[in-house]
Ligand binder design. Structure first.
Ligand code: ZN
Length: 111
């Protein structure tokens, strides 16, 4: 089974230090999903917090499959210096063209 990320749920916001690579933490309060938190997979060390709150904009939605592999919609586009732009589909990071930090581009060949 192929994946870069697995989802887990938490009832409280994770501390930055508690976010490991390869984890997408869904913070839920009762039945309400509030945040999706992950350490930026671009290796920049940023914590990415995405609002799942339906009354906020922007908002994202997360669905997880039987193996806890998350699919996130829409894409994550970091507008800060991190600049990462990627999709999460079935637990796999799908980088947008130019959305990957250049110092990491040697890790993975171009498609
Ligand atoms: Zn990044």
């Amino acid at each position: 089974m192929k994946f870069d990320l697995l989802a887990e749920t938490a009832s409280t916001f994770p501390a930055d230090a508690g976010l490991a690579q390869g984890r997408l933490v869904v913070v839920r309060d009762g039945d309400v999903e509030k945040w999706a938190c992950l350490a930026c997979p671009g290796g920049c060390g940023r914590t990415i917090n995405l609002s799942l709150n339906p009354v906020r904009r922007p908002r994202w939605s997360v669905v997880t499959d039987f193996w806890s592999r998350p699919t996130l919609l829409p894409s994550v586009h970091q507008l800060n210096e991190c600049g990462c732009h990627f999709w999460i589909k079935d637990g796999c990071i799908d980088w947008c063209q130019g959305g990957r930090p250049t110092d990491n581009s040697s890790k993975q060949g171009r498609h």
